[in-house]
Design a protein around this ligand. Structure first.
Ligand SMILES: [Zn+2]
Length: 139
């Protein structure tokens, strides 16, 4: 399945001027016109976010599925699974805003994992799932 959309309408029209690439759910939308134009480092970083989104959706989806079966909650809660990566991302950013101010973004565990692995071309192959969890409390 295609994961990266080059010369994406979303990236070209919805991103702020200083941003060229965004990961939405499991897909990467970029202003880069071709694969050759996009640095491998950026591709690694964004694909790490795509995997993090999948991990968050999967775990929260299983939890919601169990709650649907055994606690009788509405299946509408599955919508939360789709958004779980973004919910956790914003919550962590809000907490870290208190500690790091305008540098809070750099301390979000999802960003720290993506930054740590972006120069390793085999990172996604060789790293474990949920590596971002290690960065939540790590300095
Ligand atoms: Zn990032």
């Amino acid at each position: 399945m295609k994961k990266i959309y080059y010369d994406s309408w979303i990236a070209n029209h919805l991103l702020f001027k200083n941003y060229g690439t965004i990961t939405l759910a499991a897909w990467v939308c970029t202003r880069y016109k071709t694969k050759e134009e996009m640095p491998q480092r950026v591709r690694n970083h964004e694909c790490t976010h795509a995997r993090q989104w999948c991990e968050c959706m999967l775990v929260s989806g299983v939890i919601i599925w169990v709650l649907t079966l055994f606690a009788g909650i509405s299946p509408w809660w599955f919508a939360l699974a789709f958004l779980m990566f973004y919910i956790l991302y914003v919550l962590e950013w809000l907490v870290k805003l208190c500690f790091y101010g305008r540098n809070a973004y750099r301390h979000i565990s999802f960003e720290r994992e993506a930054n740590a692995g972006e120069n390793d071309e085999t990172y996604l192959e060789n790293s474990g799932y949920f590596e971002w969890v290690k960065y939540i409390l790590k300095e």
